[in-house]
Design a protein around this ligand. Structure first.
Ligand SMILES: NC(=O)c1ccc[n+]([C@@H]2O[C@H](COP(=O)([O-])OP(=O)(O)OC[C@H]3O[C@@H](n4cnc5c(N)ncnc54)[C@H](O)[C@@H]3O)[C@@H](O)[C@H]2O)c1
Length: 462
């Protein structure tokens, strides 16, 4: 995984300083190395509102069936029109157990690919897949997504879509060249409250939007005990090698869609970022492992709390925070504020000011019933009950998968296009660069190459 090393960071600092001097820019005007878009590949088409031909049934393959992928297999078994024909995981026991789960559900046993870490290429070559769901460690997201699209399948990639701007361009270019969808699977956009807020924002209830707040604050120190298998076994390396926002999209995806970012309404323009000291992971290692243990042989450089601020093209601001280390209750903030009111999550609160007389108190708890009654998102009304029964983060996973299948089978654009997945995920490399450069602003690449203005806002679908 090409993570910037200290020497690469130093190079970036020097290079940026030199280019600022050459162009006469002051340090404040310098906006980092990511802003410029590469040329469009030959034959590229814009994927903003792209709709692929409708599929009667979907031949689906999975790459990665660990903690997350197993859940996706279980829920896809509940969907009409989906044939799970292939499972790939380079750890054979989990691949076999996912295949067995399909057989136990009365389906034909899918083909299993688990020989080595590039077995996914064999699966894609052999199986004539319509769609591939990728739930692997982050360093595999881009090569697997590219391979799936080049093999003719739509790629559905877990969060973040990938971790480097170069790989984001690889995904955009491949999607544009092959005419295959590349959707990052941001499930939080399908949470009940996120859907409610989206509906209320679209109805104009918070007025002109000025500011949003998003975070991933989730104490995951327990993952340090996952040594050989499980997310902690690979994710911890990012705390060692990286200092920035490692996981931005859960909080940010919904806020970006409230604002119609990358979809006609606005666009992420630049970001500044700072990290707090990094204490917690070292303390956990010292508490939970002997001194000679590998967990105590490394330095954790990722600040416990990373705080970034995005400035959008229309001048709005978005606070984005990441902290998976401090002992602190879970929150994604989920706050959206405008000229007529503010809505926030954790706990859910709404304060509207339609008369302009001030909104000095939150309505929350039982007082929210009226809002759910009047403004429940029609998608939640349609599948919410079934989703809650199916489980998976309170139903949001089911609603996301249901919509993916519905859109593919009806030839509709997906709810999240490749440009959104890349813009939301780009907070990771941009924050890392900004932190390493004393909080300097970093410009977002415009993954749409200027065409975001043509893309329709996300519909309120039911
Ligand atoms: N959206 C969410 O709520 C959510 C929740 C958890 C995880 N995730 C994301 O899901 C992804 C997977 O996370 P996880 O928790 O399931 O991790 P995990 O470690 O439990 O599972 C990853 C799986 O990928 C397999 N794998 C690794 N390299 C492979 C290769 N080359 N070929 C085939 N299989 C390979 C591993 O054997 C493992 O079974 C990550 O991107 C993570 O960020 C998202």
């Amino acid at each position: 995984m090409p993570k910037p090393t200290n020497s690469r960071r130093q190079f970036l600092k020097t290079a940026i300083g030199a280019s600022a001097a050459a162009t006469g820019l002051t340090a404040c005007q310098t906006t980092g190395p990511f802003g410029r878009a590469p040329h469009s590949p030959a034959g590229a088409r814009y994927m903003g509102d792209f709709a692929a031909p409708a599929l009667d049934r979907i031949r689906m393959g999975f790459i990665g069936v660990g903690g997350r992928g197993t859940g996706h297999v279980a829920q896809m078994l509940l969907m009409d029109g989906v044939d799970i024909v292939a499972i790939c995981d380079d750890y054979a026991p989990v691949a076999e157990s996912a295949a067995q789960r399909c057989e136990d559900a009365g389906r034909t046993r899918p083909a299993v690919y688990s020989e080595h870490e590039r077995s996914f290429e064999d699966m894609i070559a052999d199986m004539d897949l319509d769609a591939v769901i990728i739930s692997t460690p982050w360093r595999w997201h881009a090569p697997m997504g590219v391979a799936a699209m080049e093999g003719g399948a739509h790629a559905f990639i877990e969060v973040p879509i990938t971790t480097t701007v170069d790989e984001m361009w690889d995904l955009v270019n491949t999607s544009e060249q092959t005419g295959r969808h590349c959707m990052m699977m941001e499930n939080v956009n399908y949470g009940r409250d996120e859907l409610l807020f989206l509906n209320m924002v679209r109805l104009g209830l918070v007025g002109e939007i000025t500011h949003g707040e998003a975070s991933y604050i989730h104490d995951l120190r327990w993952q340090m005990k996952e040594l050989d298998r499980g997310e902690g076994s690979w994710r911890l390396a990012y705390h060692v090698n990286t200092d920035g926002n490692l996981y931005p999209t859960h909080g940010l995806g919904p806020v970006a869609q409230y604002m119609n970012c990358e979809r006609g309404g606005d666009r992420f323009e630049r970001l500044v970022s700072f990290s707090s000291p990094a204490f917690g992971r070292q303390l956990s290692a010292a508490r939970d492992f002997p001194a000679e243990h590998e967990r105590n042989q490394q330095t954790y450089q990722c600040g416990d709390m990373n705080t970034s601020i995005i400035k959008t093209e229309k001048g709005r601001t978005i606070l984005v925070q990441h902290d998976t280390t401090s002992p602190r209750p879970y929150t994604r903030l989920n706050m959206i504020s405008g000229t007529k009111g503010t809505m926030a999550g954790f706990p859910t609160r709404i304060a509207l000011d339609p008369e302009g007389k001030g909104a000095h108190g939150w309505r929350q708890g039982g007082e929210l019933a009226e809002f759910y009654e009047k403004y429940e998102h029609p998608l939640y009304t349609r599948v919410g009950e079934e989703a809650v029964k199916a489980g998976g983060h309170g139903g949001m996973d089911f609603i996301m998968l249901w919509r993916m299948v519905y859109c593919l089978r009806n030839g509709l654009p997906l709810d999240q296009n490749v440009y959104e997945g890349c813009a939301w995920s780009a907070v990771s490399p941009l924050s890392e660069w900004s932190v390493a450069n004393g909080g300097m602003p970093a410009s977002f690449p415009d993954f749409t190459r200027g065409r975001w203005t043509e893309t329709k806002p996300l519909d309120i679908v039911g």
